[in-house]
Design a protein around this ligand. Sequence first.
Ligand SMILES: Cc1cc2nc3c(=O)[nH]c(=O)nc-3n(C[C@H](O)[C@H](O)[C@H](O)COP(=O)(O)OP(=O)(O)OC[C@H]3O[C@@H](n4cnc5c(N)ncnc54)[C@H](O)[C@@H]3O)c2cc1C
Length: 404
Amino acid sequence: MTETTHTLVIGAGQAGVATSTHLQKQGVPHIVLERDRIAERWRSERWDSLVANGPAWHDRFPDAEFTELDPDAFAPKESVADYFQRFAGDRSLPIRTGVAVTKLERQGDGFRATTAGGVIEAKNVVVATGPFQKPVIPTVVTDPGIVQMHSNAYRNPEALPAGAVLVVGAGSSGAQIAEELVRAGRKVYLSLGPHDRPPRRYRGQDFVWWLGKLGKWDMKAPAPGTEHITIAVSGAYGGATMDFRRLAGLGVTLLGRAGDYRDGVLRFANDLRTNIENGDRNYLSVLDEADAYVKAEGLDLPEEPEARNLLPLPDCVTNPALELDLKKEGIGTIIWATGFKLDFGWIDIDLFEGDGRPRHKEGVSVIPGLYFVGLPWLSCRGSSFIWGAWKDSERLAGLIAARG
Ligand SMILES: Cc1cc2nc3c(=O)[nH]c(=O)nc-3n(C[C@H](O)[C@H](O)[C@H](O)COP(=O)(O)OP(=O)(O)OC[C@H]3O[C@@H](n4cnc5c(N)ncnc54)[C@H](O)[C@@H]3O)c2cc1C
């Protein structure tokens, strides 16, 4: 069966839902295909206790509030998924669930998408299949006695086998998982690399408010070759600054960046103190920028000098372990919170860089009529986040409508 539409949107996470909303507003006929359920990744690729990183007043689309939540609360992941599902239902967006696109190719001036149920031909295609598609595990640990999983497969402490847990990676996922595990009474090791760790709140305002005021959400992509630094932030337990000294105080043993593995021993770079101190510098620089903003704008926000008091460096940082004998330390599980890569293997069109990224400018690909939305740094830092996908898709829907 072959069907024709003006614009095909692939994926119905937040980016696909936002795109469909804006296409509808522009009167552009379209179909959205989603292989699972709306916002599936929020349901089945996140751990049970995850809450949004930003408060409910911020982590949402401008057109609808989280009616069941206090605006300052952090939405549990199921509420986030329900929110997008409800949002799509209320607007009768033309989303078909359970339909995977297995191949996308060019056909004349347009495109041809293959699904199990048939073919869809479209003049335009918006790919909204997510910023975090395929788990990355950087090191091979060959020990059949140790359960290994990526952070997208972690659910809760009870689901892990007995024993100590090594969490590798200290962005938002790794830091939050390590804290949950140590609070559940597990012995936890946390390997951390370079990271930013902004204050959760400062002078009475949440950090997402500060990011907006300081123009950081709208920041353009770092220059090519500039390392993207992971950001450790958390809305868990009501929201607190991610402070690795505090985690050490709870019992987490901090380690440097994980390196190679041989004969049961995993090695770590001697960079732990540098990573912690650079993280502190990032934290303090946000306070400095916020103070300068308050002064420049003449705002009446309460001063908070105590935010600059850092706990002493814990022993595991001043005398870092550079290797772990996994068996000796009783490690039963390794959780790799080491990020994701893109996977566009199903797109049979010549537009990808060697690292798998599509060639595009702010979501407009080098192929006329083909667009991407929701990718990290698509147009700015906010692009892979809820409201960023909203803004990018609004702009792209305008371009599609103008194309006719
Ligand atoms: C642990 C974690 C916590 C996060 N927390 C926040 C947060 O608090 N706030 C925030 O703003 N952002 C957060 N993010 C970032 C981002 O908001 C999420 O990753 C979000 O899921 C991205 O939405 P998306 O629509 O771009 O992609 P996805 O949610 O990944 O949606 C893509 C959809 O496309 C579908 N799909 C894929 N391939 C195909 C295909 N071939 N055919 C049909 N359908 C397909 C998938 O099933 C999926 O439903 C978080 C990310 C992670 C990993």
